[in-house]
Design a protein around this ligand. Structure first.
Ligand SMILES: C[S@@+](CC[C@H](N)C(=O)[O-])C[C@H]1O[C@@H](n2cnc3c(N)ncnc32)[C@H](O)[C@@H]1O
Length: 338
């Protein structure tokens, strides 16, 4: 059955068109921010045929047969126990070549067995170090990839997934229902709030908070089909750091003293990454940076990191054979004293 799945669909050719306005804009900004590394990053971002897709196996309907086939196809297990925190229940496979598994169809009554993702998306989730029984908030959750990854790590006592956009909220519900058994779905709270209101709605409630913020999303923006809209987004882009800071403020309020928060984006932009975190660290005396350099050392075999100038923030940049990212993530802790 799994073998049929693997062979069922021939790989589709990606006929994506690069949006020149966006590429020119990136060229100016990122050649300054990343220096020579930008040349490689640009080559990968503009060549969808080099993109890689990791396979996250679903612990709730474990595909043993598929796992064997992935080994045969040359996939290897991500992290392989090298990280300081790595739950055995999370199994993710990747290949050094750009092979893409077909996506699974939703079948009523059957949980999906695997989820395709950019492997760098797992790093912010792992940085949260989720333990069984903890209360966790995923503030910007749709389409649900990171919520799903969180549930592969541990059984939270309470998981609250929030998403502001109602269409994307439906997508989030669908992801949860396709991968998570009903009894567990029933204890996941899904809400449609503006994340900026969550802190006031549920102050000091959560042990762990993930803020996977709305951002420039470089990879997909580069392939915008409407160049007028893309140009408009260039000017609106300036407003993103303010929204990101407001979401972080709300998340900090929702976090209990002693709790951990991870902020992440899928852009290379310093203004939406390091600058947002510096602004927050400078304005709160009870928010501490958590050193995550060890994480970068432990997984440098699979990911390439660009310097961020921060001990609490890592930036994964796409590289040859490691086409993961862009993904920035930073880890913060709320202290007991104010
Ligand atoms: C990067 S995406 C999240 C991806 C998701 N965490 C995952 O791994 O599948 C950011 C999400 O934030 C949502 N969003 C935008 N503004 C928001 C707000 N004010 N409050 C909450 N969510 C918001 C967007 O609709 C988008 O779905």
């Amino acid at each position: 059955m799994v073998l049929t799945l693997l062979k069922a669909k021939p790989e589709r050719k990606l006929a994506k068109q690069i949006c020149k306005v966006v590429l020119d804009h990136f060229e100016k900004q990122y050649s300054k921010e990343l220096g020579d590394a930008w040349n490689t990053v640009r080559d990968i971002l503009t060549s969808p045929s080099c993109w890689q897709y990791a396979v996250l196996l679903n612990r709730f309907n474990y595909p043993f047969e598929l796992e064997k086939n992935l080994h045969l196809k040359g996939y290897h297990s991500l992290f392989q126990g090298s990280l300081p925190y790595y739950p055995q229940s999370m199994k993710c496979y990747l290949s050094r070549t750009p092979h893409r598994m077909p996506s699974e169809r939703h079948q009523v009554g059957n949980l999906k067995q695997y989820y395709l993702l950019n492997a760098a998306s797992l790093l912010p989730v792992l940085a949260l170090e989720l333990r069984d029984g903890e209360k966790v908030l995923d503030l910007c959750a749709a389409p649900g990839g990171k919520s799903l990854a969180l549930l592969q790590c541990a059984y939270p006592g309470y998981l609250h997934c929030n998403e502001y956009d109602s269409l994307r909220l439906r997508w989030l519900r669908q992801t949860l229902e396709s991968f998570i058994p009903q009894p567990l779905v029933n204890v996941i709270k899904v809400s449609e709030l503006d994340g900026r209101e969550m802190g006031n709605a549920q102050p000091e409630t959560f042990d762990k908070v993930l803020v996977d913020a709305p951002c420039s999303n470089d990879r997909s923006w580069l392939f915008s089909s409407d160049s007028q809209k893309a140009a408009c987004r260039i000017s609106q882009r300036r407003n993103l750091p303010l929204l990101q800071i407001e979401l972080l403020r709300s998340a900090i309020k929702a976090l209990r003293p002693g709790g951990l928060l991870v902020y992440s984006t899928c852009t290379l932009s310093k203004a939406e990454n390091q600058d947002v975190i510096s602004e927050v660290l400078n304005s709160y005396s009870n928010i501490m940076p958590v050193d995550i350099k060890e994480m970068a050392r432990a997984c440098s075999h699979d990911f390439t990191f660009a310097p961020t100038g921060q001990e609490c923030g890592l930036l994964v940049i796409p590289d040859k054979g490691k086409a993961w990212g862009p993904m920035y993530f930073a880890k913060l802790k709320k202290s007991w004293t104010t």
